[in-house]
Design a protein around this ligand. Structure first.
Ligand SMILES: [Zn+2]
Length: 212
C-alpha cells in the first residue's frame, strides 16, 4: 500500500490486535488493528440507532414565553417545517440528519454482526462502500452547531429547557464518531475478505489478513 502522506510504498504485513503499522519514511499511520474493533463498532452502532430514535421522538426543547409553552421533538420540527413553507429545509434535515445517519449505522451493524463470528452476509462489499461513501453526507454535527447558535438567540426571547431529544442528538453524534472511527478501513476490508474466503472454503482454515 501507498502512504497517504508521502506515497512511499510498503508491503502490507500481518499485525497483532492492538498494533499499528507506521510509514517507514514519514512515520504517519498506515493501518491499525484496533483492539475489539468489531465489538466496539457494533455496540456503538446499536447505541447510535437508539439515540437516533430518541432524537426523533423525544422532546427536543421546551420554550416558554409570555405564558405560552411549546414542546417539540426533532421529528415534529421536520413536519412543522414542511407545513410552514420550508419544504426544502425540511427534506434536507430529514435526509442529512435522520435518513443517512440511519443507513450508515444500519450498514455498520449489518457488516459487524456476521464478522463477529467470522461469517459473511451477502452484499457486504457494496454495503461497505455505501457506509464509507455516506461519511461525507452525514451532518449531525452541523445540525448540532446550528441548534446551539439558534438556542443562543432564542434564550433571549424565551425560557428554554433542553429535553431528552437534545441529549440524544449529542449521544448520536458521539456514537457515530465512535462507531465509524472504531474500526480501521483496511482492517474492515481485510476481515470481509477473510470471511468470504472462509465461506467459499468452509473446511479449510484460512490464514492471512489482519486477523483478530
Ligand atoms: Zn509516509
Amino acid at each position: 500500500m501507498a502512504c497517504h502522506f508521502c506515497d512511499s510504498l510498503h508491503d502490507v504485513e500481518l499485525i497483532e490486535e492492538g498494533q499499528t503499522a507506521y510509514c517507514n519514511t514519514c512515520g504517519s499511520i498506515l493501518y491499525a488493528n484496533k483492539p475489539q474493533s468489531l465489538e466496539r463498532a457494533f455496540a456503538f452502532g446499536l447505541t447510535g440507532v437508539l439515540f437516533l430514535l430518541g432524537m426523533l421522538f423525544l422532546p427536543f426543547i421546551t420554550m416558554e414565553a409570555q405564558g405560552n409553552n411549546l414542546t417539540t421533538s426533532a421529528g415534529e420540527t421536520v413536519i412543522r417545517l414542511w407545513l410552514t413553507g420550508g419544504p426544502i429545509i425540511s427534506v434536507a434535515v430529514a435526509i442529512f440528519i435522520f435518513i443517512l445517519p440511519f443507513f450508515q449505522l444500519a450498514s455498520l451493524i449489518y457488516l459487524c454482526l456476521p464478522l463477529l463470528s467470522g461469517r459473511a452476509f451477502p452484499g457486504m462489499v457494496p454495503v461497505t462502500k455505501l457506509m464509507q461513501g455516506l461519511q461525507s453526507w452525514v451532518m449531525v454535527e452541523v445540525f448540532f452547531l446550528g441548534t446551539l447558535v439558534s438556542l443562543l438567540k432564542l434564550i433571549k426571547l424565551a425560557d428554554i429547557t433542553l429535553g431528552l431529544g437534545f441529549w440524544s442528538m449529542v449521544g448520536l453524534m458521539l456514537s457515530l464518531a465512535a462507531a465509524v472511527g472504531g474500526i480501521d478501513k483496511l482492517e474492515l476490508w481485510d476481515r470481509i475478505e477473510v470471511a468470504y474466503r472462509r465461506r467459499k472454503t468452509p473446511d479449510v482454515s484460512v490464514e492471512g489478513g489482519v486477523e483478530c
